[in-house]
Structures are given as C-alpha cells and as structure tokens.
Design a protein around this ligand. Structure first.
Ligand SMILES: *Cc1c(COP(=O)(O)O)cnc(C)c1O
Length: 429
C-alpha cells in the first residue's frame, strides 16, 4: 500500500489554515523560530515526525480511565495495545537483568509524575529531603509555591561552596537529623553525575524512600551514556520530552511491589483519563530509544555538551561544578560583568535561545541571576557535533558581549548559516 492509500486521518495543515488562519500562523511562526535559530534550552528537544504523527492522531479522542485490560470505558482495545507496547519498550530500556520493572506511562507531565510519587509513598506533612531550588532542585522538590512545600515538610540539601558538587556527607547529616520519609535525587541544573548508590545507602540508613527525579537525564540513561538510577531507586520519575525526545509528558518506573500504589496514585488519585495520543507517542519515542542510533545520539549529546562548556570557558564563562558529564552546562557570567538576564536577552536578539539560571550561592535575585544554562539535546538532534559547538560557543561569546546590540544582526546571520547546514525538521526530499 502506498502512503497515499493508508486510510489515516491526522494533521492536515491546509485544513488548519483554512479554518483557523490565526492559529495556523502561530504554528508556522513557531516552526520558523525553531528552525531559524539555535535552541539551547537544556530541557527541550526536537521530536521526530513519527512522534508528532502519533500526537496528532485521533487517539486524542479516546477516554481510557484505568489501565490496559482494566478500563472504565468500552472501545479501549486499540489504545490498550499502544499502552502495552510502550510499557514493554520501557521495561526493555530501563529494566535490570533478573528484576521486574513496573512502568506507568500516564502522568501528564513531570510535575504530575512527582505529585503521584509523593501521593503513593507519603502522608501530608511528611519530611522530604531534596536538593534546594537555588542549587538546581525542581519546584516539586519542596518549593513553598508548589504542593511539595505546602503539603509536605521540605528539608533542602545544597552543593558545596568550593566544588559546587553534591555534598553526600551533608545529605547524610541532614537525613540523620531530620529523618525524612523520602529522599529525592535529581535536579534541573546539575551538570555532573549523581552517586545513586550513595543516596541509596543514606536512604537505607534512615529508613526513607529513595525517589530519583530523572526528568533531565533519563534520555542519557536510555542511550546508555550515563549510569542508570533504576537499580538504586524505589521510584524513578521523569519527563518524556527532554533528552528522551518524546512528546511532552511524564512517566514513572518503580519496583513491582510499589506498582499498585503508583498506579492508584496516578489514576484515580491525581488524574482522570490518560492522554492516549501522548501515551502512544511515548511508545513511539521509547521505540526510537531502542534503536542503536539513539545510543550514538546520547553519546554525542554528552560530547557536544563538554565541547560547548569548554568553548564557553574559553569565552570567559566559568562552568559551574567544574564542567559537565551530561547534556547541560551551567555558566557563571560574573567575570564578564553581565547578568544571566542580560545574557539571555542579548542571545535572544542574535537568535540564540537559552535561559538565565541561578548559580549556587548566587548573590543576584532569581529574575536577574548570575548564570545561564545551556543544553545540547536539540542541536545534537539536528546533527551538530563538537566542531559546531566551538562555533556555537564563539557566537554566544560575541552575543553576550554585545552591549549596545550593534553586533546582534551579524551574529544572527552566522547563526542562520550554521543552522541551515543542520536543519531541524528538513522538508522531505
Ligand atoms: C522538567 C522537570 C520537571 C517537571 O516537568 P514538567 O513536565 O514541566 O512538569 C520535574 N523535575 C525535574 C528535575 C525537571 O527537570
């Protein structure tokens, strides 16, 4: 059957343009922005056309409260297949020899996955020991503006002032002092590897659960570029849209004895019907992660990140924590005499998208910040390698020094030429 004969009903851009030109323009404008510049936000990536096709499918219409084979609605035979395929792929990707792994594909986001993990394992008021937000933790790890800091009792750990690395002795001391019900490892802006075995030992010593929030780096685990938290954690939560390169969403994997608690916490405790188009798209992405080419991708992401961090160091930006082992780097800009907010705005003017970010012990307020965070997941998807990262570092260096905006147009032109050599979403030949 040729492609034209497949009885598929899915995204039809001409239809959107005809029926809603305003939103069609937004979609086109965003594609233009994505393709026309450098996307260095460490939590973003470019999903494949296959993932987008599943996301844009009529699976979005289906109500499927419950789990495969145990639904509260009829007509779930087809979506059951998608969820089962996705679960089997996740087990293959993240499972450890000889041990069963439970998988829940339904969390709508990383924050939802974390809320479900808290709900499964904790009682309101319980103490949770997690990395402090200004040192790279996530809002859901105990911030007062999140459920985590309002309904639970957060105790933050930090990185050392001298090395900017996690201080496992401090984590242990805090655990012994506060006796948390749960320890969380994982962060949004920590560029180095995390010692999951050390966290496991501390959790065991105080009888706490160990949750690993692997949102940022789970893609590198899937690609076998960094060690897996799965053998050590009781529960691993993550997003599917960062390095993993799937649709926007969340996932949880856990030991089989926690399966019921996790599943009940996701549905019906915190969510209603799952987004079956997203569940199917997660299955597609997990299938892509099982391909040998994804391992090459994950390794290249890390190689690019190291190369970019080195290049930025040569431009006068200090890599926090001494460098990176992952897809992201955090740069201290104080030597250049500019703030994170200024750097973000100047890069934006030159079509380089990155974000300002607090650095550990940052003297500046969060809306200004002394650093920027960069990640290489997206640029690696578009085929860039270490040589390109040297050029990217030089372009960032020129952009952040451009006080009066006089160089922005010229830098943007070079950026356009660079991304044109490695197009994201190239037109089919
Ligand atoms: C991105 C992220 C989340 C939240 O994911 P959302 O899908 O935005 O809710 C949670 N934890 C960590 C560590 C993250 O990096």
């Amino acid at each position: 059957m040729s492609a034209a004969d497949v009885p598929f009903w899915g995204p039809d851009f001409a239809e959107l343009q005809a029926s809603d030109p305003d939103i069609a323009d937004v979609v086109l404008g965003e594609l233009d922005r994505l393709k026309g510049g450098l996307q260095l936000i460490a939590s973003e990536n470019f999903t494949s056309p296959a993932v987008l096709a599943a996301l844009g499918s009529t699976l979005s219409n289906k109500y499927a409260e419950g789990y495969p084979g145990r639904r509260y609605y009829g007509g779930c035979a087809e979506v059951d297949k998608a969820e089962r395929i996705g679960i089997a792929r996740a087990q293959q990707l993240f499972g450890v020899e000889g041990a069963e792994l439970h998988v829940n594909l339904q969390p709508h986001s990383g924050a939802s996955a974390n809320l479900a993990a808290y709900a499964a394992l904790l009682q309101p008021g319980d103490t949770v020991l997690a990395m402090s937000l200004p040192h790279g933790g996530h809002l859901t790890h105990g911030s007062s503006v999140s459920f985590s800091g309002t309904w639970f009792t957060p105790v933050p750990y930090s990185v050392r002032a001298d090395t900017e690395l996690i201080d496992y002795d401090e984590v242990r001391d805090l655990a012994l002092e506060h006796r948390p019900a749960m320890l969380i490892a994982g962060a949004t802006a920590y560029p180095r590897l995390i010692d999951f075995a050390a966290f496991r030992e501390i959790a065991d010593e105080v009888g706490a659960w160990l949750m690993v929030d692997a949102a940022h780096f789970i893609g590198l685990v899937a690609g076998q570029a960094i060690p897996s938290p799965v053998p050590y954690a009781d529960v691993v939560t993550f997003t599917t849209h960062k390095v993993l390169r799937g649709p926007r969403g969340g996932m949880i994997v856990c030991r089989p004895d926690l399966a019921k608690r996790i599943d009940k916490a996701v549905f019906p405790f915190i969510q209603g019907g799952p987004l079956m188009h997203a569940v199917a798209a997660k299955a597609v992405a997990l299938g892509e992660c099982l391909q040998p080419s994804y391992r090459d991708y994950a390794r290249q992401v890390v190689a690019n990140s190291k190369s970019l961090a080195d290049g930025l160091a040569a431009e006068g930006m200090r890599p926090v924590s001494g460098g990176t082992d992952t897809h992201l780097a955090l740069l201290d800009l104080r030597e250049l005499g500019i703030t994170g907010a200024q750097a973000e705005a100047r890069c934006d003017a030159a079509r380089i998208t990155l974000n300002k970010n607090a650095i550990p012990y940052d003297p500046a307020p969060p809306m200004t910040a002394s650093g920027v965070r960069v990640g290489t997941a997206a640029v690696t998807t578009q085929g860039m390698t270490e040589g390109d990262m040297k050029e990217v570092a030089s372009l960032i260096g020129q952009a952040v020094r451009d006080e009066d905006g006089s160089a922005a147009a010229e830098v943007a032109t070079t950026v356009s030429a660079l991304v044109a050599r490695h197009p994201a979403y190239p037109r089919p030949a």
